[in-house]
Design a binder for this molecule. Structure first.
Ligand SMILES: [Zn+2]
Ligand SMILES: [Zn+2]
Length: 411
């Protein structure tokens, strides 16, 4: 058979598979929300926590003040370099440490490596490792439903920052108590950081980054605090939040169109490679968190470096065959190699074109996530919640009842 015929056959196969997946999607969308499945209850209104909202507004104003100081020459070049250095190592603490190592266990790490990653994650100030990973495991298990702490079905603002200034959904609280955290509980370093988090945070994230420019670069303490803490903190928080917002909303789904997360070169650029998010939710156990380690994916290179110096080992990755199979079976057809022209044409591009992610905006409709109580994978394809379904259903029922009681009390 000629290559052309082969290509035509491949394309027809991809189109058939895509239709199959779309039909399945429709079926899922019409499924009623019961204790046997989880989705988004749009009648539920999240309660605002005012102190959190005022707190976030304040740090953003101080962060902008810090940016003004930085841009108007209020601090020297050494302080600027120091700020970006701290921002970079703290970001590795989140992407390599909290995300790819502690949440998903995509590689194994020596005790020294764990200690370094925990220290860097503390520098980022995004809550203790334990809490960060619990929320992120919940996010993967119940992605884009009411069991997800930052359910993107509630809009950009909610999944970007809003979720941190609203009371958690009762399902997030209930399912959060059930999610398996035994590996973290068994790690004394993680539990030590959790216990002394506030002290560690103020010393490592606020005090030391501010002190160095005052002590060694002759900066005024206020300028140093505004740039090295507030500006750095607000900038890196928004980078991380883009993974929960933009990388769940604006882009393509070449690996699995049943999943809401998308591929976004922009988010990858802002987060050392965490924006290849459709791939990451399809293969959460892959240390690259992307099909390729070479394309705007600094954290993958960093993990390879850790392996080279003997701090990381047993790096897990999905084989090219498994990935290709998934693209053909469940992709939206926009994959740069195995997709088809029709699906690619449905993508309306803006911004610099990129072979793996041509756009933010697509005319392809996002899927409507309705999940079974055992949820999605976190560590491996075969991984499902190790509880019996009736217990999980009871939990979901109890959480829904709690929600109605809250509604009655507040009305
Ligand atoms: Zn993840
Ligand atoms: Zn996600």
């Amino acid at each position: 058979m000629s290559t052309l015929e082969n290509n035509v056959n491949d394309m027809e196969e991809v189109q058939d598979k895509n239709k199959e997946v779309q039909d399945k999607n429709k079926e899922v969308q019409t499924m009623p929300l019961t204790a046997k499945n989880i989705g988004t209850d749009y009648s539920y209104k999240h309660q605002l926590v005012w102190p959190n909202a005022i707190g976030f507004l304040t740090i953003h104003l101080l962060g902008l003040w810090g940016l003004k100081v930085l841009l108007t020459g209020g601090v020297g070049i050494k302080t600027i370099l120091w700020t970006f250095f701290v921002m970079y190592i703290a970001a590795e603490g989140i992407t390599t440490g909290a995300h790819r190592y502690f949440t998903h266990r995509t590689f194994k790490a020596t005790p020294l490596c764990r200690a370094i990653l925990l220290t860097l994650q503390t520098l980022a100030g995004q809550n203790s490792m334990f809490v960060w990973c619990r929320d992120h495991r919940l996010h993967h298990r119940y992605s884009d439903t009411d069991g997800d702490p930052h359910n993107c079905k509630r809009g950009f603002f909610f999944c970007h920052i809003g979720w941190l200034m609203h009371k958690k959904h009762p399902l997030v609280l209930e399912l959060g108590r059930k999610i398996d955290m035994s590996d973290m509980q068994a790690d004394w370093m993680v539990m030590f950081q959790k216990k002394y988090y506030l002290y560690l945070y103020f010393s490592l994230s606020v005090f030391i980054p501010t002190l160095i420019p005052v002590r060694y670069f002759g900066e005024h303490w206020l300028d140093s605090l505004l740039v090295c803490y507030f500006f750095r903190y607000v900038f890196s928080l928004n980078g991380t939040w883009l993974v929960n917002s933009a990388a769940h909303l604006y882009g393509t789904r070449p690996y699995d169109q049943n999943l809401q997360p998308v591929e976004s070169w922009f988010v990858s650029f802002m987060t050392l490679g965490e924006g290849w998010h459709n791939y990451h939710h399809a293969f959460p156990w892959d240390y690259k968190a992307a099909e390729l380690s070479t394309l705007i994916n600094h954290s993958a290179t960093f993990i390879q470096f850790l392996e080279k110096i003997g701090l990381a080992y047993d790096l897990k990755t999905a084989s090219p065959e498994v990935v290709a199979n998934r693209i053909i079976r469940t992709g939206d057809g926009s994959h740069y190699k195995l997709g088809n022209e029709e699906a690619r044409a449905a993508v309306t591009a803006w911004g610099p074109l990129h072979p793996l992610n041509p756009t933010y905006t697509t005319t392809l409709k996002p899927p409507d996530a309705t999940l079974k109580p055992d949820g999605l994978t976190i560590f491996h394809e075969d991984d499902v919640l190790k509880t019996n379904e009736s217990n999980t259903s009871k939990t979901i029922d109890a959480a829904r009842n709690a929600k109605h009681q809250i509604k009655l009390l507040s009305s």
